[in-house]
Structure formats: structure tokens, C-alpha cells
Write a protein that binds this ligand. Structure first.
Ligand code: GLY
Length: 318
């Protein structure tokens, strides 16, 4: 069996390269996805995850994440505000409780009891971006923030033309969820995802990432899939579950992703700022990635090294 790690986005190498030596030495796929996620969550330069995550409309960072190896082995955490590593917490929930998902204050108390370090999450640079957004979304570096539309929660701001601000916000995009799938030497597969969610989201919003079957799904008998992009779209079609179920019925990872993206296209009135991408591994180790629109890239690490590549399939031309 040839082990490999497949991660969403071009920020994947920092995580893949940290996790790969252990995986190649015979470590488990579960350890690989946990380790890769932790390194990415701890990187302040990555502004969609962990310590660098962009906040909600009120300036508060809230994190979601999940980990999974099978329907009977998964854990998830939602809406945590003081702990930068949701994947480790999700794994602890999976390993030490009878539950699958903990959220909010209860999840934070669980993390505290388990000895996770409590810390302030809003980085100086994310605070700076949020303050610019509050003042005027047009000042944001649009080339840097590609991928999906942050909603804008401006009704309560004084002296703001809400309609105009919404139109401006359509042009401002952010990067997104890190989702990681790995296969180990024993042929086992595992997945993890971690996110600060949609930048400047309505406070309280939870996306697809901590909902098993939406942002992540793994079944050793059928395969693994994980998502990135506009969580509201992924959630509505149970995206990752759908990709895995299509593989269970014989589709290749590429065909399963393509069909799921087409389902999104059929079922939603897509607008320009909507972006969704999936990564997938079949039970026999075939893999693929695909995106709704150009702009998404994946990171693959195998024994030949780490490469950042375009997805195998893009549904729409722009
Ligand atoms: N895909 C991450 C989110 O929408 O929260």
C-alpha cells in the first residue's frame, strides 16, 4: 500500500510535510490527518482555520472541526472560541465519550477538562482585516481572499446602505476549510476538517465542517470525502456523504465528485461567489479532487514528495 495525504488548498504543504514522515514510517492515517490539521491550525498565516481564523461579524473567532475513520468512529466540535485545535478536540470526543458532537460552552468545558490550552484566538492580522471589513469591505485585498462570499451582517451598523454593502461584499472572498484525507500503509483511510467558518458570518452560524456527512464522511468499506467552500451549499446536499455513497455504488472518486457538484448546480441558484470543492479517496486508494469553479487547488503528498496541483475536475468555467 502506498501511503499519501490529500489536503484542500495550497496552504496544505505545511501540514502534509509535518505529518508525512510518521505516515511513511508506518503511522496511522488517523494520526496523519490529526497532525496535519494541528500544524495548519497553529499557523497564524492561514486565515480560515485555527489561530489565524477570521472572525464573525462581531469580531469573535469561532472554530468548527471533525475527524472520522468510520461511521462508528467519528467526533466533531462546533462553535469553540478559546481553543485553536478543533480536530484534536473532536478526536478526544470520539475516543473518550459516547457522543459524536459537542458544541459551544459545553465543548469548551470538555476541552478544559481534557487539558487543552485555553487562549485568545483573534490574531492581530485577523482583527485588522475585520476592522477594515467593518469600515468598508472594498479595502480588503480581494486577490488574497478568493474562494467564497463572506456574508455581511450590517443591518445593525449605523449610516450604512445595506444593499450597497451587500453588493460590495459579493466581490470580497476568503479562503476556506482545511480538509485532509490520508491513507496509511495498512490501507486504512481517515479524514479531518477544521475551519473558522465563513468570514464575518452571522454570530452563531455553524457550517458543514462539524456535521458528520456534510463536511466530512469516511467509511472504510466505501471511501472518504471531505469538502471546502460555501458550507450552506454543502450542507443542503449532504455533500461528503453523497460522494462516499456514490463511490459505494461503484463510481470512481472523480465521477462521484462530479455528480455531487452537478447536484449542487441543479439544486441551487448559484451566484458568482459560491465555491465548493471536494477531495475523495475510494476504498481501494484511488483519489480525486474537483471544484465548482476555478481557483481551488489541492496538496498531495506521497513518497515522491509534496505537490500543489489544480483539481482533476472543474465544473464551471468561471
Ligand atoms: N466550509 C466551511 C464552512 O462553510 O463553514
Amino acid at each position: 500500500m502506498h501511503p499519501f495525504i490529500l489536503t484542500t488548498w495550497s496552504f496544505g504543504p505545511v501540514g502534509n510535510d509535518a505529518a508525512a514522515p510518521g505516515l511513511f514510517a508506518g503511522g496511522s492515517a488517523l494520526d496523519a490527518v490529526t497532525n496535519a490539521a494541528t500544524v495548519i491550525e497553529d499557523d497564524p498565516a492561514i486565515d480560515s482555520v485555527g489561530v489565524g481564523g477570521l472572525p464573525d461579524a462581531d469580531g469573535e473567532v469561532t472554530l468548527d472541526g471533525a475527524v472520522m475513520t468510520n461511521p462508528s468512529a467519528c467526533g466533531a466540535v462546533a462553535f469553540i472560541k478559546h481553543y485553536p485545535n478543533p480536530v484534536q478536540i473532536a478526536r478526544r470526543i470520539m475516543e473518550k465519550t459516547i457522543h459524536i458532537t459537542l458544541a459551544g460552552e459545553g465543548a469548551e468545558r470538555f476541552a478544559a477538562r481534557e487539558g487543552f490550552e485555553c487562549r485568545q484566538l483573534l490574531s492581530e492580522s485577523s482583527k485588522d482585516v475585520w476592522e477594515k471589513w467593518r469600515k468598508d469591505p472594498r479595502t480588503i485585498d480581494r486577490d488574497k481572499y478568493k474562494g467564497w462570499l463572506p456574508p455581511i451582517n450590517v443591518e445593525e451598523l449605523e449610516g450604512v446602505d445595506v444593499q450597497q454593502r451587500r453588493l460590495e461584499a459579493r466581490e470580497m472572498r476568503t479562503h476556506d476549510t482545511v480538509s485532509i484525507l490520508a491513507r496509511d500503509r495498512a490501507g486504512a483511510i481517515a479524514g479531518a476538517c477544521s475551519t473558522s467558518g465563513m468570514a464575518f458570518k452571522v454570530p452563531g452560524r455553524v457550517g458543514d465542517s462539524p456535521i458528520i456527512g456534510q463536511g466530512l464522511y469516511v467509511d472504510q468499506q466505501a471511501g472518504a470525502a471531505a469538502a471546502t467552500g460555501t458550507g450552506e451549499l454543502i450542507t443542503g446536499v449532504c455533500g461528503s456523504f453523497l460522494v462516499v455513497e456514490l463511490m459505494r455504488r461503484g463510481a470512481t472518486p472523480a465521477d462521484a465528485i462530479t455528480e455531487t457538484l452537478k447536484r449542487l448546480q441543479q439544486r441551487y441558484d448559484l451566484v458568482e461567489e459560491h465555491q465548493v470543492a471536494f477531495i475523495a479517496i475510494s476504498a481501494d486508494g484511488d483519489w480525486a479532487t474537483g471544484a465548482l469553479r476555478p481557483g481551488f487547488r489541492h496538496t498531495i503528498t506521497d513518497e515522491a514528495g509534496t505537490r500543489v496541483e489544480d483539481p482533476k475536475f472543474v465544473l464551471l468555467k468561471s
